[in-house]
Design a protein around this ligand. Structure first.
Ligand code: SAH
Ligand code: SF4
Length: 376
């Protein structure tokens, strides 16, 4: 297998071009084809010489993601199921900005990307881990999720009636301005590929998404949180807490046995101090598990200790799993109790439940349909 060209940083391409005896200005030309025009083949790269294109073709692959399935209507949450070169499936979810949540204009979009096929962490409520872990995503497979969504978006724009849209310039077809690494998989368990991919995504010559617009979510890998704290990037960090005591967390997140709350919180403390940035604590509300008002006190204590805000997310039911979302009153009551304890908190009034938007659900469904086995 050849390495994929979108797994290389600009510096690595500079070195390769130098070794080939190609002039330095060819690198930005290639980057323009890859990340601004989102080229799908070497042939179209008309300003690169035939000889250079041949060197590229024999030295690197140029993989693109194949859209296997898409759910969701225009202007709502859209879910993309991609088929990888080896036939595995991953998901990305495009979410129109919720002005109430992020305080942004409604033409803004957040893209949620995956970092692994499946997940090894086996949280009891999550579809991604149900069939275990298959493999890590390569750098280019992480980066391509953005490009493939933007390619799809550019295609949609060009289908608009001529009077409403001229052919879009490359920059106009950029749609993703917020990135959350909250799709399938545990990002910090694919650490090196994640960081390299985010470097490319963050670079002005790459996907051009600012570090402060990139959020990494983790189920609580304390050593990797510390490692991340020492990287020279201002990425945002979200912790999938879902329980404010070891007792609750142990019931639903096996990772807590390895890194109990005291260790996780100490790592978050370090991250917060080194970065000076506010951490988000994600808290799925699951009926009868973590939604009693008694939980708001320990949760508020953790949030205050970490200067963190709390993002409450009503549970998105997964077929075959016994968990439920609490009633609206319970969710609102939990939010009000937290606010009373002086915690900055939001409650996601969810988008996308109807299209299996929680991570891993569309893949699971498709895998089961394809293998002919009954749905869970
Ligand atoms: N592995 C990482 C990132 C991917 S999961 C992590 O766990 O943080 C992204 C988020 O979706 C996590 O907060 C996870 O707990 C949440 N999630 C998983 N299944 C869900 C469901 N059925 N309903 C709502 N949120 C869910
Ligand atoms: Fe993996 Fe995150 Fe799902 Fe847990 S919540 S199984 S860590 S993807």
């Amino acid at each position: 297998m050849l390495p994929d060209v979108k797994s290389l940083t600009r510096e690595e391409l500079d070195a390769q071009f130098k070794a080939w005896g190609e002039p330095g200005f060819r690198v930005p030309q290639l980057l323009d084809w890859l990340y601004a025009r989102r080229a799908k083949s070497w042939d179209g790269m008309s300003n690169l010489s035939k000889v250079l294109r041949e060197k590229l073709r024999t030295g690197f692959s140029l993989q693109t993601l194949e859209l296997a399935r898409k759910q969701g209507a225009q202007d709502t949450t859209q879910k993309f199921l991609w088929k990888l070169a080896d036939g595995q499936f991953i998901e990305s979810v495009l979410i129109p900005a919720n002005p109430a949540l992020y305080g942004e204009a409604s033409d803004r979009h957040t893209l949620c990307i995956s970092t692994q096929v499946g997940c090894a962490y086996g949280c009891k409520f999550c579809a991604s881990g149900l069939d275990g872990w298959k493999r890590n995503l390569e750098v280019n497979e992480i980066v391509e999720q953005i490009l493939a969504v933007e390619r799809w978006h550019a295609g949609e724009l060009s289908r608009l009636p001529a009077e409403t849209a001229a052919a879009p310039a490359a920059a106009d077809s950029r749609i993703v301005n917020n990135l959350v690494v909250m799709g399938m998989g545990e990002p910090l368990a694919n650490y090196d590929n994640l960081i390299k991919a985010l470097k490319i995504i963050n670079a002005p010559w790459g996907a051009g998404i600012g570090a402060r617009k990139i959020t990494i979510s983790t189920s609580g890998l304390a050593p990797q949180i510390r490692r991340l704290a020492n990287e020279p990037f201002q990425f945002r960090l979200a912790i999938s807490l879902h329980g404010a005591t070891d007792e609750v967390r142990n019931r639903i997140m096996p990772v807590n046995k390895k890194y109990p709350l005291s260790e996780l919180i100490a790592a978050c403390d370090d991250y917060q101090k080194l970065k000076g940035r506010m951490i988000t604590l994600e808290y799925i509300l699951i009926a009868g598990i973590n939604d009693t008002l008694a939980q708001t006190r320990p949760l508020a204590a953790l949030a205050r200790q970490l200067y963190a805000k709390v993002n409450l997310i009503p549970y998105n039911p997964v077929e075959g799993l016994p968990w439920h979302r609490p009633s609206e009153e319970v969710c609102e009551g939990f939010l009000a109790a937290l606010e009373k304890l002086n915690v900055i908190a939001t409650l996601r009034r969810e988008k996308g439940t109807d299209i299996d938007a929680a991570c891993g659900q569309l893949r699971l469904k498709t895998e089961r349909e394809l293998s002919g086995s009954p749905q869970l």
